[in-house]
Write a protein that binds this ligand. Structure first.
Ligand SMILES: [Fe+2]
Length: 443
């Protein structure tokens, strides 16, 4: 993260003697990025972090992409994914490229080891389930709709609470950098002088949940840390608990951000996806489409225009909302709209949306600046009918459902003088009426 914080015990100066109660020195470790000129933290271990034994390669994590020469829209129905593995081994990569990989995890087993991703930052979005993430930097309690940001190199263990009867199985999606870049807030949200979130940012420091105590686990024994590096997971043995940090300070640490704390920016006319941007890595962005008021111009069309985002592949994961207007899309669906072909509202949805004042959609988007490739696991979830789902008449009612002056047609096909807005909601003298049936938009 770009701003400074600290937790636990620290010596007054960097790189000076700092002693344990038994008189031995704590082991200082500088956790530096980008050749020690990027975000850095300094952490103090009970044991030298270099003391490891027994290393072996367990399995490959390199995604195998298929249909790499096929360019088409896709819909992956991820609700069908069965639970498997633990919060690490259960991750199923569905798509990716040289910059970022997206995986889905529906874990069935607990993690009985610690894990470090030594090759990329991780951005987890928790759809279902709650629990605790124990890390070298402290403890994060997490729950539904939390982004959990875990920068490269941090040892952690993710423990889900028991699922109450009737609740869905825990599920989260993962965006992981494959190009070594770090996932951070967009620079335009931050002050160049202080790194403080600026007034126009849709979230700020108060919205971020930082690691808390407990921090230190002073235990001897045999502890496995699995380390992802070189597209393989390796198993290392530690003779002490790997979360043996007594204190740290700096600008590099894991944190949570709940998407309900994102304050959407709205406009008189349609606002483009960058206003929803939440994070970015090199060559990709992550956006949050949250419930919000819609465009208030008298003639506004609240759903987006057809668009060619010429330099991006667009991926949306649908979290909450009413997606009936989108052919086949449901909660937990993933849509993929590649660069090379435009996309936009489904037939009938433009006229239907006119007059709507609110959307209750919640979706997470990842736009990549290079094409995304599917894995075989994605093809298992693929809905082959989706690319043709725009084939019906876009305007099924001849002449549309509105008169040329923009007023909705009544049952006799008359426009002017009608007293209803979209959905037959009567207008109150001079006041705008909030539409009770929120419409979903389409980015
Ligand atoms: Fe789009």
């Amino acid at each position: 993260m770009p701003y400074y914080t600290k937790l636990g015990q620290l010596p007054r100066k960097r790189h000076v003697q700092f002693r344990r109660p038994d008189g031995a020195l704590y082991s200082e470790e500088v956790f530096g990025t980008e050749g020690f000129v990027g975000p850095t933290s300094t952490i103090y271990h009970i044991h030298p972090p270099t003391q490891v034994a027994g290393w072996k390669t367990l399995y490959s994590t390199k995604p195998e992409y298929v249909e790499t020469e096929t360019m088409r829209m896709r819909h992956l129905a991820s609700a069908a994914m069965p639970p498997k593995g633990d919060p690490i081994t259960g991750r199923v990569v569905v798509m990716g490229n040289a910059d970022v990989e997206m995986s889905i995890c529906v874990p069935s087993d607990p993690m009985d080891y610690h894990y470090k991703n030594g090759q990329g930052d991780e951005c987890l979005f928790v759809h279902y389930g709650s629990g605790t993430l124990h890390s070298q930097f402290g403890t994060l309690a997490f729950g539904p709709k939390d982004y959990i940001m875990i920068p490269k190199g941090i040892i952690y263990r993710m423990i889900f609470d028991e699922t109450p009867e009737g609740d869905p199985n825990p599920k989260f999606i993962v965006f992981e950098t494959a190009n070594g870049s770090h996932i951070l807030p967009p620079p335009r949200y931050l002050s160049k002088k202080t790194s403080q979130f600026l007034e126009h940012s849709p979230y700020c420091e108060r919205d971020l949940r930082l690691p808390e105590l407990p921090l230190t686990f002073d235990e001897k024994g045999s502890f496995e840390v699995r380390i992802k590096a070189r597209d393989c997971v390796h198993s290392y043995d530690y003779s002490y608990h790997p979360l043996d940090v007594v204190g740290w300070d700096g600008c590099y640490y894991p944190y949570c951000f709940n998407v309900d704390d994102f304050a959407p920016i709205t406009g008189k006319l349609h606002q483009p996806p960058p206003v929803h941007q939440t994070f970015e890595g090199h060559n990709f962005v992550i956006c949050s489409f949250c419930p919000r008021m819609l465009d208030w111009h008298d003639g506004a069309i609240p759903v987006p225009y057809n668009h060619s985002n010429l330099d991006s592949d667009e991926v949306l994961y649908y979290v909450e909302g009413n997606y009936k207007a989108r052919k086949g899309i449901e909660i937990e669906s993933i849509s993929v709209h590649p660069q090379g072909i435009p996309h936009g509202p489904h037939p009938g949805t433009i006229e239907k949306a006119i007059g709507a004042t609110f959307t209750d959609e919640l979706a997470v988007m990842c736009d990549t600046f290079r094409p995304l490739f599917m894995t075989a696991a994605a093809l298992d979830l693929d809905d082959p009918k989706y690319p043709a789902s725009w084939e019906e008449d876009t305007f099924p009612t001849p002449g549309g459902t509105h008169a040329p002056d923009g007023s909705p047609l009544n049952k006799k096909g008359k426009g002017k003088g009608t007293t209803v807005s979209n959905g037959d909601i009567p207008k109150q003298a001079g006041k705008k009426v909030r539409h009770p049936n929120a419409v979903d938009t389409w980015e």
